[in-house]
Design a protein around this ligand. Structure first.
Ligand code: ATP
Length: 344
C-alpha cells in the first residue's frame, strides 16, 4: 500500500534524516515508526504526503508515485494528525472537521453533516461542534484532530505523535479509541511515536529506527519482542520486554474452574452473579475481575495482587465464569515466552 524504495533525505544543512529506506507498509493495518528523538521518523512520515521531498528514491501510495501527483491533491487524499491537533483556532470544531470536505467541494451542508457524524464517531458530544478549540481539553482536541483527518474518508492516515502531549490516563483512552475506530474503519495507518509501549499497544507492525535515519527492524510486535535484530533494538525495547510480550497475549486459553467455597476467602457475588468482593469473616477486599480479552500480563498482576492467588474471570456482561489459579497463569506465561523464544 505504501512503499518506500531506496529513499534518502538529506537536508540542505547536510543532515541526513533518512538513510536508504526501503520499507513496505501493508494495506489496512497500523504500522508504528518508533525510535529515539531525531532518528528520522517525522521526516519519513512527511515524505508520504510530500510535506518533505525526498532527495532520492521513490515512494508509492496505492501503487502511484507521490512525486508525480499534485502535492495539494495528495495531501487532501491522506489524513494527517499531529501532536496538539494543529486545529485552526478561529474556526469552530465542526468547521475544523469539515475543512477537507469543503476543499474537495462537497458543499457546506454535506460537509457539516459529515463533521457532525464524525464528532460522534470519535466520542465527542454534539454540542462540542459549536465550540472553539481552546474551549476543549487537550484530549478532546486530539479527538477533533482525528475526526478532521477522517473527514474525507481517506484510505491512509498519517499520525505524528498524536497523543504525545496528553496525560497518561487520557493517552490510554485515546489509544483505546483509536484501536476501536481502526477495527471499524480498517485504514492504513502510519503512526509515529518514541514510546515503545505505545508502539507495542497499537502496532500491527513496528519499524524501529536508529539515529541517522536507519531502519533497523520491521516486524509484528511479538516478533520484535521475541527476536530483536540486534543489541540496539534489545536496549530500545528495555529490560521488561518479556513482560511487554505478555501484554500481547490474552487470558482466553488459561483454564478456569469454579470459585472456591467454604475456604478462608469467599467470593461474594450480586444477584446477577457479578463479583462484588473477596470476603473473610471480618475483611473485605476489592476484586478486579478479568475478561478473556484481557492480557496475560494483567492476569499475572492480578494473581499476585489477589489475596487468594486466584484470578476472577467474567464474561462480557461482567458475570462470573470461573477462576484461574496463579500456577495455571504462570504456566501459560512461561509457555508464551517459550513459543517465541524468550527466557522466562
Ligand atoms: N528542515 C530541516 N532542516 C535540517 N535538518 C532537519 C530538518 N528537519 C529535521 N531535521 C533533522 O533531521 C533529523 C531527523 O529529524 P526528524 O524530525 O525526522 O526526527 P524524529 O525521529 O521525528 O524526531 P522527534 O521524535 O524528535 O520528532 C534530525 O537530526 C533533525 O534535526
Amino acid at each position: 500500500m505504501i512503499q518506500f524504495d531506496a529513499v534518502h533525505k538529506r537536508f540542505p544543512n547536510g543532515t541526513t534524516a533518512v538513510h536508504d529506506l526501503s520499507l513496505e507498509i501493508p494495506e489496512g493495518g497500523v504500522t508504528v515508526l518508533v525510535g529515539s528523538s531525531g532518528c528520522g521518523k517525522t521526516t519519513t512520515l512527511r515524505m508520504v504526503n510530500r510535506m518533505v521531498e525526498p532527495s532520492s528514491g521513490t515512494i508509492l501510495v496505492g501503487g502511484k508515485d507521490v512525486q508525480r501527483q499534485d502535492a495539494a491533491d495528495l495531501r487532501r487524499s491522506i489524513g494527517y494528525v499531529i501532536q496538539q491537533a494543529g486545529l485552526f483556532p478561529h474556526r469552530t470544531v465542526l468547521d475544523n472537521i469539515a475543512t477537507v470536505p469543503l476543499l474537495l467541494g462537497w458543499g457546506r451542508r454535506k460537509a457539516r453533516a459529515r463533521a457532525a457524524e464524525l464528532l460522534e464517531t470519535v466520542g465527542l458530544a454534539a454540542d462540542a461542534g459549536r465550540r472553539y478549540p481552546h474551549q476543549l481539553s487537550g484530549g478532546q482536541q486530539q479527538r477533533v484532530g482525528v475526526a478532521r483527518a477522517l473527514a474525507a474518508d481517506p484510505p491512509v492516515l498519517l499520525m505524528d505523535e498524536p497523543f504525545g502531549a496528553v496525560d497518561p490516563v487520557v493517552r490510554t483512552q485515546l489509544q483505546d479509541e483509536l484501536l476501536r475506530l481502526q477495527k471499524e474503519l480498517n485504514k492504513t495507518i502510519v503512526f509515529v511515536t518514541h514510546d515503545i509501549d505505545e508502539a507495542v499497544r497499537l502496532g500491527d507492525r513496528i519499524a524501529i529506527f536508529r539515529t541517522g535515519g536507519h531502519l533497523v527492524q520491521c516486524a509484528p510486535p511479538a516478533e520484535i519482542l521475541a527476536r530483536p535484530a540486534d543489541d540496539f533494538v534489545a536496549d530500545f525495547l528495555g529490560a521488561e520486554r518479556g513482560l511487554k510480550l505478555l501484554s500481547l497475549k490474552t487470558l482466553a486459553a488459561v483454564p478456569q474452574g469454579p470459585a472456591p467455597q467454604g475456604g478462608t476467602w469467599t467470593l461474594v457475588l450480586d444477584e446477577a452473579r457479578r463479583p462484588l468482593h473477596w470476603a473473610t469473616e471480618d475483611v473485605r477486599l476489592p476484586v478486579r475481575a478479568l475478561k478473556d480479552t484481557d492480557s496475560l500480563l494483567s492476569a499475572l498482576n492480578e494473581s499476585v495482587a489477589s489475596p487468594t492467588g486466584l484470578v476472577v474471570r467474567v464474561d462480557a456482561d461482567g458475570r462470573l465464569t470461573g477462576v484461574s489459579s496463579r500456577d495455571d497463569i504462570h504456566e501459560h506465561a512461561s509457555r508464551a515466552h517459550a513459543e517465541v523464544g524468550v527466557a522466562a
